[in-house]
Design a protein around this ligand. Sequence first.
Ligand code: GLN
Length: 237
Amino acid sequence: MIITILQLYPRDMNIYGDNGNVQVLRRRLEWYGYTPKVIEYNVGDTLPKQPDIIIGGGGQDSGQEKIHADLLKIGPTLKQWADDGVPMLMVCGLYQLFGHSFKTLNNLVLEGISILDVTTYGTNERLIGNIVTQSDSFGEIIGYENHSGQTFLGPNAQPFAIVVRGAGNNSKDGHEGALYKNVIGTYLHGSILPKNPKVADFLIKTAAKRRYGSFSPDLIDDMFADLARQVARERPR
Ligand code: GLN
């Protein structure tokens, strides 16, 4: 049973360990008895027909500028998939571009693909450090953030989590990330999935159910993830 992971722009959007998200999905899928197939999509490539999970990472503003035109081209297809319920995880730079727009400090407006009802503004303040949050669906989510763009939710976006320690979307409202259907946008690097297996399993379960109708996996021993969480939770900001 194959599960196809589409990784968006790994060449330009993949910092602070974001590639670890793909490795975690690959390994957990194997443990659950699936055959993971990872397709890397970079600028100018052709999209696969029916990906099961879509993953995207962070990057500098310059990386976002590089992929921006291409993202606008594939945006309608991604939006269709999001509307159809394809699970997606977009971190930091791609989270910002999954929103309506990102206005950089140089007043360059990078239009986004509006899958998430969020808008981002470049600021002089860098929100950086370890972060602990609490989400309704996943409990405690722990990671690392590093961004100067600040993101604000519109009326149709729900936050992914509420910040317990750290900044999250911006320095004001205590929201972290955003949700739309099965799309998660988040500022959490670290990478996020190794320390937060519940989020990984949400992506896998949603994908497996959509593709094969059910998901009844063996239990995975997450002892090492739990230990990593313990350490990360105690780290200074
Ligand atoms: N360029 C964005 C910012 O600094 C994204 C950074 C990132 O992806 N880590 O806000």
